[in-house]
Design a protein around this ligand. Sequence first.
Ligand SMILES: [Mg+2]
Length: 284
Amino acid sequence: MLGVSKTSSLGPNQERWKRVRHVVLDMDGTIYLGGRLFAETLPFLATLEELGISWDFLTNNNSKSRADYVESLGLMGIVVKAEQVVISTDACVATLRGDFPEVRKIFVLGTSGMKKDLEDAGFEVVAEDGCDGVVVGYDTSLNYHHLCRAAYWIGQGKPYLATHPDLVCPTEMETILPDCGAICTLLEAATGRKPDRVSGKPNPAILETILDRRGLDAGEVMMVGDRIYTDMRMAREAGVLGVLTLTGEATREEFIDPASTPDLIINDLGELEALLRSSRSTPL
Ligand SMILES: [Mg+2]
């Protein structure tokens, strides 16, 4: 693997590790796979609590709403506040507010959960009438009529935003799940337009939103995820520690380009738990 050796200690990052006050965790492939929670996850979160380290969950998958995630995590035994669940929709909201303040009425290709999160953020989600802009997410309820309407408004030159770039959603089932990026590719073929903005990982803006909200600087934050080209690339670009777990998509043998190199590779969260404990017990 390029530029990274098998790591069993914190090495030269020791001082940075001592400064970590907040951990941002990817979900699928990091704390669970499919619907199965990893055995290491609950002890890891308990240790964060004990060490006084806060955490958020961060996902590009906006086929579920924030409330859906709070509920499904709760069923797995993870008690989480709504504000600890950060979804690509949140990054899109920040982009709308910052770069497209005139957009209030939006036409959405997304699930009812995603629409609810946009409405909770103060936007009016329109069904058929005129809109100020179009937002595309991971629409597992996609239908042809909605696709045609989205294409029409995009063709009319309205601001057009994608919540995240993923072409497919990972699955262990014998199927392929076309995601937001694939829907945007279809719309590009039909309209000749790419999205004006693409939020979500690996765009570091979503991580910066978390830093702003919590009043943290990049040196106090660690990102843990299983995808090199999203989780690790974003960590690198935002200047936070990047920890790659091998419980999901990435393998040790995978080629890593220098823009996405993790600071540490772990086999699972149990290994990270032990390293965090040791970093706290070593004197400065
Ligand atoms: Mg993942």
